[in-house]
Each structure stands twice: as structure tokens, then as C-alpha cells.
Design a binder for this molecule. Structure first.
Ligand code: ZN
Length: 207
């Protein structure tokens, strides 16, 4: 589970847009909707891990079932979807994304939609790695893998980061969690994401 308790708004200095090369739709002036950003992110991240996950420590990789964008309260394999959440459910190996949460993410910036998708997918990837390489809690490692997948997609030309450098990108990750939240502080999250973003998923495994 991942939960945003509060967010800062995106500053003008951190105006970063992730644009997908292969699936761009509409005119240049028409910003993609949240649903379009989500659809592209899921397609890219899913395809990425299908190819790359077997190269980590897992002997095989089974893609999670993607239940898509669902309304809060919808029954999932792990109970009713809470408000403001996205989740990987280990019981049925599925990912799902709360509509209200994705709209909040999109209101901060399209890059956050990509991050949420990549983060939940990372839990599905970690589930299939041997215990010895998985951190407990695994939230920062999942965030690192999210950065790793998106960074590699940038390096392979599938994603373009516009109008911002890496520092501005990191500035988007100003999530504020409750004290003691297992996701870590905003700074820890940003640091974890950037480690993967710069060097790829291998940087997320210390053992
Ligand atoms: Zn998580």
C-alpha cells in the first residue's frame, strides 16, 4: 500500500513532463489526461519488467494482474480499496490504482502518475526476488526500482523528460507522510528514487 497524506504542489521550477514517444496521442498542445498517462505508464512499465525482471535475482517473472483504475471501496483481493491509495496485493498478485489517488497524483504532475504505477509494479517484482535481497520494509527499495524502471525507459528513449534536469525531477517527490510511515521521509524517498533513476534497478540491491 502506498498512501499520500499530503502533498506539495508542483512549483514552476519543477515543471517536468514525461512524454511517451511510442504512444503519443492528440496534438502537441493537448495535455494527456490522467487516464492516458496511466495507460501509457502501465504499458511501458509492464513491458519493461517483462523483459528486465528475469535479469535481476528472480528465476522467473510473472507479471501482476493489472486491475486498473478502480473507485475507492471497490473490493480487491486484499479487501476494499481505501480512499487515496494504490496497491499491490500479494494475495492475488495484482496491482490496482484508486481513481481519487491517481487524480491527486496527476494534479501534482504527470510524472507522479508514472511513479505510482512504477512503484506498485516494483512490489510485484520484489515479491519474486529471493528474500535475501529484499529489504524490510521494502518501500524505499520499491521506490528505487520505480526510479530504475523509469530511468531505463528514459535511457532507452521511451520516455523524455522535458524542461527539467534531474534535480528538478527530484523536487517533485515532496511527499509528506505521517511520522514513522514505512515509506520513509520525502528526502529518503527522493534519494531512493534517484539512485535507481540514475543507475538502473541494480543500484537498488545492496546484497
Ligand atoms: Zn509501496
Amino acid at each position: 500500500m502506498r498512501k499520500l497524506l499530503a502533498t506539495t504542489t508542483m512549483t514552476a521550477a519543477a515543471a517536468v513532463a514525461l512524454i511517451s514517444l511510442p504512444i503519443g496521442t492528440g496534438t502537441a498542445s493537448a495535455a494527456p489526461t490522467m487516464a492516458e498517462d496511466y495507460r501509457i505508464a502501465a504499458a511501458l512499465v509492464s513491458g519493461y519488467w517483462q523483459q528486465q525482471a528475469p535479469k535481476l535475482y528472480g528465476e522467473r517473472y510473472v507479471a501482476p494482474t493489472n486491475r486498473g483504475i478502480i473507485d475507492p471501496g471497490t473490493e480487491t483481493g486484499c479487501g476494499a480499496m481505501p480512499k487515496q491509495n494504490a496497491a499491490y496485493c500479494p494475495k492475488d498478485h495484482s496491482v490496482q490504482f484508486g481513481r481519487d489517488y491517481m487524480e491527486l497524483a496527476d494534479s501534482i504532475g504527470d510524472v507522479v502518475v508514472y511513479d505510482v504505477v512504477a512503484h506498485e509494479w516494483a512490489h510485484a517484482v520484489l515479491r519474486q526476488q529471493p528474500d535475501r535481497v529484499v529489504e524490510r520494509p521494502q518501500e524505499l527499495q520499491a521506490e528505487c526500482l520505480a526510479g530504475g524502471a523509469l530511468g531505463d525507459l528514459k535511457r532507452s528513449g521511451h520516455l523524455i523528460v522535458e524542461d527539467g534536469d534531474d534535480a528538478e525531477f527530484a523536487a517533485l517527490f515532496r511527499y509528506t507522510h505521517a511520522p514513522g510511515d514505512k515509506h520513509g521521509t520525502a528526502k529518503e524517498q527522493a534519494t531512493a528514487f534517484m539512485a535507481g533513476w540514475k543507475s538502473g534497478p541494480r543500484a537498488c540491491f545492496t546484497r
